[in-house]
Design a binder for this molecule. Structure first.
Ligand SMILES: Nc1ncnc2c1ncn2[C@@H]1O[C@H](COP(=O)(O)OP(=O)(O)O)[C@@H](O)[C@H]1O
Ligand SMILES: [Mg+2]
Length: 366
C-alpha cells in the first residue's frame, strides 16, 4: 500500500480563517499515526482534506505517486469514521455492515463471508439482527468501524471516534483499535485531543497547534524530548513542571537556577533567562547514591490516585512556584510540611524563555 504525503498543505476557509498552515507530513504504509492537539488546532480539517471532503487551498496531497488534490473522495479508497458515527437507524447491524458492499456490487456469498469475519473480529456476531437504537455507544462505534473495515481501504481515517464514549469503554476500545490495526496492518490516521489516547495508540504522534505541526515522533521520543514548552505542557498528566529560571556561568560550565534550585549543566551555555522543565516522575525520595540534587517542596496537596500519589507543593519555600511530583503509592505528607526530594540533573530540560523552543543539552555518556 502507498504512503500518504502532505506537502505544504494549507486550508483557508471562506471568510479567511487559516485552519491549516503549510503542513508537511509523511504517513508511512501501515503506520498508526495520531494527530494530537487542542480543539481548533486543525486536526479535523487536515483529515478531511486527506479524505477529499474539504478542498485543499494550497499545497499537494499524494497517495503513493498519485497527486490527489482534485480526486473525488469516493475514488480515494479511504475509509472515514467520524466522531458521530452515522448508522442507518432503520437497518439492522447486518444491513448497515452490508450496505457498502451491496452498493459496490460485491457478490452475495463473498459479502456474507466477509461480514461474518468482520463481525467476529469486532464482537458483533450476537448483535447482527439489532437496530442501532438497541445498541450502546460502544457497540454503535464498533458497527461504524466494521463498516469501514469492510471497505478494505488504503487507509482508515478516524476523527475522534472514541470521544463520545465513557472513560471505561474508551479504554477498552483503544485497546481494540490497537489490536485491529495490528491485525489488518493498514495505515490508520487517528485524530484526538486526548494525550493518553495518543501516547498509548500511536506509532508516531503528530502534535499540532494553531494549524501547524509542532513535532512528529514516536510517543516516548516526544515525551522525552518535547520540541517546545507547548508539547512539554501538553503530554502526560501531570505534565512537565515548567519554571522561570536563569542560566549563570559556573567554572567551565553553567548552572540553571530556579527559585533557589541550582542544577549543573553540561558545557558552557550563554547566561540569561530560560524555562526549566522537570518531569514529575523524575524525582525520588532517596538520593540513591547517584549524583542527585536535593530539592525541597512545601506540601500544598497530596492527591492519592491509587497506584501513585501526586504531591503538589511550592518549590523551595512557601512562596516558591507550584510544582507537582509523582510519588509512590504509600507516600504521605501533611499540608505545609517540607519534603526533600532528589533530582537526577540529566533529566532536566531547558527551553528558550521567549520562544519556548527546546535547548539541546549534551550530557557526557555515562
Ligand atoms: N467549515 C468551516 N468554516 C470556517 N472555519 C472553520 C470550518 N471548520 C473549521 N473551522 C475553523 O478552523 C479551525 C480548525 O478547526 P478543526 O480542523 O475543526 O480543528 P480540530 O479538529 O483540531 O478541533 C478552527 O479555528 C475552526 O473554527
Ligand atoms: Mg475536530
Amino acid at each position: 500500500m502507498p504512503d500518504i504525503r502532505l506537502e505544504q498543505v494549507s486550508k483557508v476557509y471562506p471568510g479567511g480563517v487559516t485552519a491549516v498552515d503549510a503542513v508537511s507530513l509523511d504517513i508511512r504504509d501501515g503506520e498508526l499515526m495520531v494527530l494530537l492537539g487542542p480543539s481548533g488546532c486543525g486536526k479535523s480539517t487536515t483529515l478531511r482534506m486527506i479524505a477529499g471532503l474539504e478542498p485543499i487551498t494550497t499545497g499537494r496531497l499524494w497517495i503513493g505517486e498519485r497527486l490527489m488534490n482534485e480526486v473525488d473522495p469516493k475514488d480515494r479508497d479511504l475509509a472515514f469514521v467520524f466522531q458521530s458515527y452515522a448508522l442507518f437507524p432503520h437497518m439492522t447491524v447486518a444491513g448497515n455492515l452490508a450496505f457498502g458492499m451491496r452498493i459496490r456490487g460485491v457478490p452475495r456469498a463473498e459479502a456474507g463471508r466477509r461480514l461474518q469475519e468482520v463481525a467476529a473480529t469486532l464482537g458483533l456476531t450476537e448483535l447482527l439482527e439489532r437496530k442501532p437504537g438497541q445498541l450502546s455507544g460502544g457497540q454503535r462505534q464498533r458497527v461504524a468501524l466494521g463498516r469501514a473495515l469492510l471497505r478494505d481501504p488504503v487507509a482508515f481515517l478516524l476523527d475522534e471516534p472514541l470521544s463520545n464514549l465513557d472513560a471505561k469503554l474508551r479504554a477498552g476500545m483503544r485497546t481494540e483499535l490497537i489490536k485491529l490495526h495490528r491485525r489488518v496492518g493498514r495505515t490508520m490516521i487517528h485524530v484526538t485531543h486526548d494525550q493518553v489516547e495518543a501516547m498509548t495508540m500511536a506509532e508516531r504522534i503528530c502534535i499540532m497547534r494553531d494549524g501547524r505541526i509542532v513535532q512528529v515522533g514516536a510517543p516516548m521520543e516526544v515525551y522525552r524530548n518535547p520540541a517546545d514548552t507547548f508539547v512539554a505542557g501538553f503530554l502526560a498528566s501531570p505534565p512537565m513542571n515548567l519554571l522561570d529560571a536563569r542560566i549563570e556561568p559556573e567554572g567551565a560550565g553553567a548552572l540553571v537556577i530556579a527559585h533557589g534550585l541550582r542544577v549543573p549543566l553540561p558545557g558552557a551555555l550563554p547566561p540569561g533567562p530560560v524555562t526549566l522543565g522537570l518531569r514529575p516522575e523524575e524525582v525520588t525520595l532517596a538520593p540513591d547514591g547517584a549524583a542527585r540534587i536535593a530539592l525541597d517542596t512545601v506540601t500544598q496537596a497530596v492527591e492519592a490516585l491509587g497506584p501513585e500519589v501526586i504531591l503538589v507543593g511550592a518549590l523551595g519555600d512557601p512562596r516558591g512556584p507550584e510544582v507537582s511530583w509523582r510519588m509512590p503509592r504509600d507516600f504521605t505528607a501533611a499540608i505545609g510540611q517540607p519534603v526533600r526530594l532528589w533530582l537526577d540533573p540529566t533529566t532536566v530540560r531547558l527551553f528558550e524563555a521567549k520562544s519556548g523552543v527546546a535547548i539541546a543539552l549534551s550530557w557526557p555518556k555515562p
